[in-house]
Write a protein that binds this ligand. Sequence first.
Ligand SMILES: Cc1cc2nc3c(=O)[nH]c(=O)nc-3n(C[C@H](O)[C@H](O)[C@H](O)COP(=O)(O)OP(=O)(O)OC[C@H]3O[C@@H](n4cnc5c(N)ncnc54)[C@H](O)[C@@H]3O)c2cc1C
Length: 434
Amino acid sequence: MNQEYDAIVIGAGIIGTCTAYQLSRSGYKTLCVDKLPASGYGSTSGSCAIIRPYYSTVEGSALAYESHFYWQAWSAYLGVEDEKGNVSYNNCGCMVMKTRENGYLQPAIEIMETIGCPYEELSAEEVQRRLPLLNMNSYSPAKLPEHPDFGKPNGGTLTGAVFFPAGGYISDPQLSAHNVQRAAESIGVEFKFNAAVTNIHTKNGAVSGVTLNADKKIVANIIVNVAGPHSSIINEMAGVSSDMNISTRALRHEVAHLPAPDGYDFETSGCVVSDNDTADYLRPEVGNHILVGSEDPPCDEKQWVNPDNFDRSFSNHWNTLAMRAAQRITDLKIPNQAKGVVDLYDVTEDWIPIYDKSSLRGFYMACGSSGNQFKNAPVAGEMMAQLICECERGRDHDADPVHFYLKNIGYSLNLGFFSRNRKVNADSSFSVLG
Ligand SMILES: Cc1cc2nc3c(=O)[nH]c(=O)nc-3n(C[C@H](O)[C@H](O)[C@H](O)COP(=O)(O)OP(=O)(O)OC[C@H]3O[C@@H](n4cnc5c(N)ncnc54)[C@H](O)[C@@H]3O)c2cc1C
């Protein structure tokens, strides 16, 4: 006999688990399926899990600032204690370097004023007082190691930074998805792992269910695509891609894991650093290590890949990331053995996610997270649940977009901002910064 649910969420990453949790809180009998053996094993497990409020748009920043409060009250959000322990939020803050390219952060400051998010402007001396391991030489524009001027200061110095206290990082991104799985199960959500969606069924112009592992049919009138870097495959399966102005693609990314310089306790006294000048971002990691990711400078070739067939070993890019970090961090030692993460972003044309319905009745999507939506997952889950409830009650979200109230910061967010049919947003950074 076919099993029946009100809603099926495809994907048990951090956004999928949060969506399933909130759908159940809205009264839907919900199943969350994942082709991997456990929650959070997809791109969520590779996440740097940085929490930060600065994006290039008011809407993106408002969503991210709101999310900070959810992570601060994580155990209350969950309502249960995971037997593996609940993750912790290291609220160490984020320091963003001012550069000519980012307008010395004046646009970001204006956005922070608009949404009421705290920030502090720091001079170059104050930056170095807080983080003495950094030097303030300028190296921009970012280059590849083959370039004759790679690693050479350009003669200028950075003028300072902005510090955002509403930021930091989550101790263990994969565990955070497991935490939400446990919270969701406590209110009736069912999970099926090793369960790949291989077909999406429709009836009378609406979704009617999925087939798992080319074998078992499950019936539901609501299906949500939260398949991360596989989202375009699921949208194709549902036949909704041709109705979308914004698409999603899997982009390979590497993160380097490096020891902090000898004698400097970056784990305790460090913070997140976003450095547009060297095109790296940094964050503290346990064992007094530093995670180093890329801010996607134009000189770095983008590696668009098939999410089912990509190289998980480190490339020369790992060395590039590490050497760029060594430009900013005095005395950084680069080990011979590469350590870190190779994983996928699910990227849209404007690096802004899609949280939306589709042209197929009952089929929704939370995808295109573009390497920057881990932090927003708990709020995204609530936004998706409200959007789905209102659409199922007959609202035409395309013509009359749902607004979601960000209760902690007192801001009404127009969910039309995340529409699959939006024009490419010209205000975007067109990078992982969103
Ligand atoms: C290297 C890296 C660093 C990042 N750093 C940050 C950061 O610092 N801060 C931040 O906010 N964001 C960051 N991100 C982005 C963030 O991690 C993602 O936006 C987020 O984890 C996406 O969650 P998700 O649930 O949408 O996707 P995923 O975690 O990828 O989950 C999707 C799930 O769908 C499943 N699936 C796919 N196809 C099928 C199918 N056919 N049937 C069943 N299941 C299927 C997959 O197995 C997978 O588990 C980073 C991402 C990467 C890769």
